[in-house]
Design a protein around this ligand. Sequence first.
Ligand code: MN
Length: 318
Amino acid sequence: MIKKIFDLIESAKKVLIITHVNPDGDTLGCACALKSYIGNKADILVQVSKGKSYPETYSFMPYLNEAKTLDNVQDIYDTVICVDVASVDRVVENARVIFDNAKVTINIDHHKTNKGFAQFNHVLGGLSSAGEVLYEMFENQNKEITLEIANCLYVSILTDTGCFKYETVSPRTLEIASCLAKKGIDTASIARKCYDLKSKAMVMFQAYCVSNAKLIYDDKIAYTLISNKDMEKFGAKDEHTEGICEVLRSMKLVEFAFVLKETGANSTKVSMRSKEKDVTLIAKKFGGGGHTRAAGCTIRKPLNEAIVCLLEEVKKHI
Ligand SMILES: [Mn+2]
């Protein structure tokens, strides 16, 4: 399959590399690495809607300033490649039209819930990151990993492992990180750019969300609700909620952490983290998915009802 995918890329006329919605470091890192490899005939589509952008944190990465968005992408691609996209539900609006019309569709991912929605799928569920999957593909086919590609893949792996903290980190993950470091990337500088250049507004907003958290079930469950009003009050962007769930989980007794964000009158986006338990079991109940200890879903209910439904489900897993 790996050789086949590189052959398909070779023979493609116009390639669209698609990130998942609410793009993170992994999907963006893979998109930039692939764009760097493929060159001019490839465009990146960062799936963000009108007036929105990918997280500012990642603006240091190459090609993102020229990336397409859902507002301006055209249906002119014969080949599309989804990177770090767990399911086709995460290809939305006109991206979905382009995906459906493309002659060749490729899916490169590491979500164990990925069912292989494209014509050509290379999914290694359980690997640390889509970046690790992509690295192995390059190496398997003896493709040169340039300094630029190494930088991008390192961002993928670093961010999707929470700085090499998660159980998904294997000896091979660390070996790959080492290989990337040997290419000459500045690992300290990348970590600083990813984690220590947050805006004051973001840190203050996160502190507010954390201080609003409720702890229940002998502190086993921590959750916080974020309304549109909260977002407005702090002038917060969607990306500013990134990391709150991890802070809640970091409390000693907490097993499950949830961040519920109002996304519409009848729509609540849920991020979930756990220390040991499999949160994909909870996410799947609401049509979501993800990883064992980091998953998400959208509950078609207002914020205050969504939390009731969610806790009802979580109780079964305590
Ligand atoms: Mn990922």
